[in-house]
Design a protein around this ligand. Structure first.
Ligand SMILES: [Zn+2]
Length: 215
């Protein structure tokens, strides 16, 4: 199964932007990308199925909207290639209705989460880099756990409660070098030493959601 390619005409506009300081960013929703993510990582029959995302499978595929961005942005000296955000329409009245209309025009529905991927990255990345970034963004949508650390299922909805999730490990190289690995870092080391089960990827610090956390 081929991974979806971004639209070729993204970033080209049919209006005159010579008045603007820089080319505007362009954003395009992609339902094929969404379908590919669902088929690839959330379908039990797929080779790349990942049970870690099981909580997402309780929801229909209108849970997440997928978008391409015509180029990356820089934050904290790092280039951001992907981002996962919870849709938050913090407005009322016409302002709210306008934002809701924008979502429906883009996706056909109002997604609870939006994952955005840089087109430049998508065009040049290896398959494993691409999959790693997509899964990195998916991992940001976690779920609430019960007292035993198992997925909590709400008796009302019969579904897990989703929540934004940050990293498994947050540490400085220098602290590990000087004081050694905490249990979380040690776990990361062990997983790295075991080697990747899918393919080697180079996506460190490419995610805007992580940088937003850092900021
Ligand atoms: Zn991230």
């Amino acid at each position: 199964m081929q991974r979806p390619k971004p639209p070729e005409d993204i970033g080209s506009f049919d209006f005159d932007f010579s008045m603007h300081k820089e080319m505007p960013y362009d954003f395009r929703p992609d339902s094929d990308l969404k379908q590919w993510v669902w088929d690839t990582f959330l379908n039990e029959d797929s080779e790349l199925y990942n049970q870690d995302h099981e909580h997402l499978c309780y929801y229909a595929d209108d849970l997440i909207g997928f978008m391409w961005a015509s180029r990356a942005f820089e934050k904290g000296g790092r280039v951001v290639l992907g981002q996962c955000e919870q849709t938050a329409i913090m407005a009322g009245g016409w302002k709210r209705k306008r934002q809701e209309l924008q979502m429906v025009q883009w996706f056909g529905y109002i997604p609870k989460y939006i994952i955005t991927i840089d087109v430049g990255f998508a065009e040049t990345a290896s398959d494993s880099d691409f999959c790693a970034l997509i899964e990195h963004e998916l991992y940001h949508i976690g779920c609430e756990l019960d007292g035993d650390g198992e997925m909590y299922i709400s008796p009302l909805s019969g579904k897990p409660k989703l929540t934004m999730r940050s990293h498994d490990v947050e540490e400085f190289h220098g602290v590990v070098q000087r004081y050694g690995a905490s249990p979380d870092v040690q776990k990361m080391v062990e997983l790295a030493n075991d080697g990747p089960t899918i393919g080697k990827a180079k996506i460190a610090h490419a995610c805007g959601t992580c940088l937003l956390k850092l900021a």
